[in-house]
Design a binder for this molecule. Structure first.
Ligand code: GLU
Length: 460
């Protein structure tokens, strides 16, 4: 299961946890469950739930069950809390915040760990917060599938609050109840939760429930070695979509953050599922490396079927208000632009001229290539192009070649003005394929536009 708390966007680290859990479920032909841990009503928002669902959908990490919402399950948690109270495995506590603060301060001053002293343990109270009676003897021992054997003495653990005074349950209680009720057999989560695990194990035992396996994933770090956070740049999954990354690239990047299979770097989703294993997860934190993500993105833009790239690129064109029905099939544009870009955002930005007129010529390109000397070549190549009976890369190329030959000038003297006329700038794929996609009509109109520009320039 993936069990995010909806208190922000879907974070890169959360997405990696989700991916590992999803891969494990797919690999083992199990069920992948999405559970929204929204019991913290002050910090949970619907916007965040939506952001998580959107992120998961965009990544293609589909769930077999859920999303379940913990706020729908309060009755169930209450039953469990009541049961623990009845069996004297939990008790009410009325210690005030002030008392607890003084206790903490005293312990800290003595250099001890701040923990509850059991003040209300034997008072038989009937209201307040509910605390779990943590065993006092023995060790909690478990074998983490990533970290190996972990042993914590019960002395280290205090009597955990499992319900607040208003009756609402806390994380450690709800997670145990849900993982049990939802029959989770493997809990994969970030190692920021590893200190909770012994407490949860004690709860499982008090309730007489079998334990799931645990796999705690090392954190993701920024380039400076600190835990990845906003100050390292984008950390939300959707920010990567907005920046023009393909989900395939992000998933491939994330799977290698902490997991390896030999020295293989590029994995299709099927290969990830085939090779994924919890054994392949490393013990140390991994650093986020944007360069590598960009490299993978370029790789996937170039190698995925153009139709798949198009499905994701479409959104970026729409964001730029480009009407894709006003030009060639996006797949054909991708076919000629794919190796010129690092992101889909860039792809959209450099491809708008296929769908709409550029607003103005690129100033440098126009200065250099739309000079009076370009008028002759442009007029002649326009005549030849407009006379073509068949509009295809070969016929377009021969019209350009013939123009250069007749005028006894180099290809660039024809090609560059033509490129600036057709696309508005000095960079484009080769002219034969570019003009071919632009259509004869548009090429004619745009050469006229360039000729007008040159005429104005001559007159001014
Ligand atoms: N809701 C917890 C979080 O977002 C995850 C708990 C878990 O996976 O056990 O950190």
């Amino acid at each position: 299961r993936f069990a995010p708390s909806p208190t922000g966007y879907l974070h890169i680290g959360g997405a990696r946890t989700a991916l590992f859990a999803w891969l494990w479920a797919r690999k083992e032909q199990g069920q992948f469950i999405l559970r929204i841990e929204d019991t913290d009503r002050e910090r949970s928002t619907q916007a965040s739930v939506d952001a998580i669902l959107d992120g998961m959908k965009w990544l293609g990490l589909d769930h077999d069950e859920g999303p379940y919402y913990q706020t729908d399950r309060f009755d169930r948690y209450k039953i469990v809390v009541r049961q623990l109270l009845e069996e004297d495995k939990a008790y009410y506590c009325e210690c005030s915040q002030e008392r607890l603060q003084i206790l903490r301060d005293e312990l800290m001053a003595k250099g001890e760990k701040a923990k509850y002293d059991g003040h209300c343990q034997h008072k038989n109270l009937t209201a307040g917060v509910v605390r779990f009676r943590n065993p006092v003897e023995g060790n909690v021992v478990f074998s983490d599938l990533v970290k190996g054997e972990i042993s914590v003495h019960n002395k280290e653990l205090d009597d955990l609050i499992i319900a607040r005074s208003d009756g609402t349950p806390t994380y450690n209680l709800t997670v145990v109840v849900d993982d049990h009720d939802m029959e989770i057999d493997c809990v994969i989560r970030g190692d920021d939760h590893i200190n909770n695990t012994p407490r949860q194990i004690n709860l499982y035992e008090a309730l007489g429930w079998g334990l799931p396996a645990f796999a705690h994933l090392p954190m993701i770090l920024g380039g400076d070695g600190a835990r990845l956070s906003k100050r390292h740049g984008a950390v939300s999954v959707m920010a990567y979509r907005d920046a023009g990354f393909l989900p395939e690239a992000l998933l491939n990047y994330l799977v290698r953050l902490g997991w390896s299979h030999g020295d293989q770097e590029v994995f299709t989703l099927d290969e990830m599922i085939e090779h994924f294993s919890l054994d392949g997860i490393g013990q140390s934190a991994s650093a986020f490396n944007t360069e590598k993500l960009i490299w993978l993105n370029q790789h996937y833009i170039k190698t995925l079927p153009a139709s798949e790239v198009a499905a994701h690129a479409k959104w970026h064109f729409e964001t730029l208000n480009v009407d894709l029905t006003a030009g060639p099939a996006l797949e054909s544009v991708i076919a000629i632009q794919a190796d010129r870009v690092k992101t889909l955002k860039e792809l959209a930005e450099i491809s708008t001229y296929f769908y709409q007129d550029y607003e103005a010529f690129d100033a440098n390109a126009a200065k250099k290539h739309l000079r009076p000397v370009a008028r002759g070549p442009l007029e002649r190549v326009k005549d030849k192009l407009m006379a073509l009976e068949e509009w295809n890369p070969e016929s377009i190329q021969s019209a350009i070649n013939a123009t250069a030959e007749e005028l006894e000038v180099g290809m660039g003297k024809v090609g560059m003005p033509l490129r600036v006329a057709a696309t508005g700038g000095g960079n484009s794929p080769s002219l034969d394929v570019t003009l071919n996609l632009l259509s004869k009509e548009k090429v004619g109109e745009r050469i006229d536009k360039a000729l007008t520009f040159i005429a104005n320039r001559e007159n001014s």
